[in-house]
Design a protein around this ligand. Structure first.
Ligand code: ZN
Length: 120
């Protein structure tokens, strides 16, 4: 049951801004209510920033959580490597680079900027 992952659980998503992703999603899902999706995504980003965890213990994937249910990338997609998928930049950890270069896997995790990192 215990699956070893990156020890700091830094997934290497491709960061995207909230507005850029909403536009991207709206274009790909023209029959979907953009306003409703925007609200769901906003809530998912806020939940992740507040420390919402998947039932497996990983931080949730905000984009996938907005479309499906609150869960991490692996539990939603069944894949381990998210490097071809987006995550909202605001939902990534503050110490993760917001550039196109992937963050180092062993980057130190600074929690001082967060009131709490996870919900116990
Ligand atoms: Zn999970």
């Amino acid at each position: 049951m215990a699956i070893k992952k990156n020890r700091d659980r830094t997934f290497r998503f491709s960061p995207i801004s909230f507005e850029d992703y909403v536009a991207l999603h709206a274009e790909a899902n023209r029959d979907e209510n953009e306003r409703a999706f925007r609200q769901r995504l906003k809530e998912a980003v806020e939940a992740k920033r507040a420390g919402q965890l998947c039932e497996c213990g990983e931080p949730i994937w905000a984009i996938g959580s907005a479309a499906a249910h609150y869960a991490c990338f692996t539990c939603i997609t069944g894949e381990v490597d998210p490097s071809n998928d987006y995550e909202i930049d605001a939902a990534l950890r503050s110490n993760e680079p917001r550039s196109i270069s992937p963050p180092p896997v062993d980057a130190p995790v600074h929690t001082t900027q967060h009131r709490r990192r996870r919900v116990e």
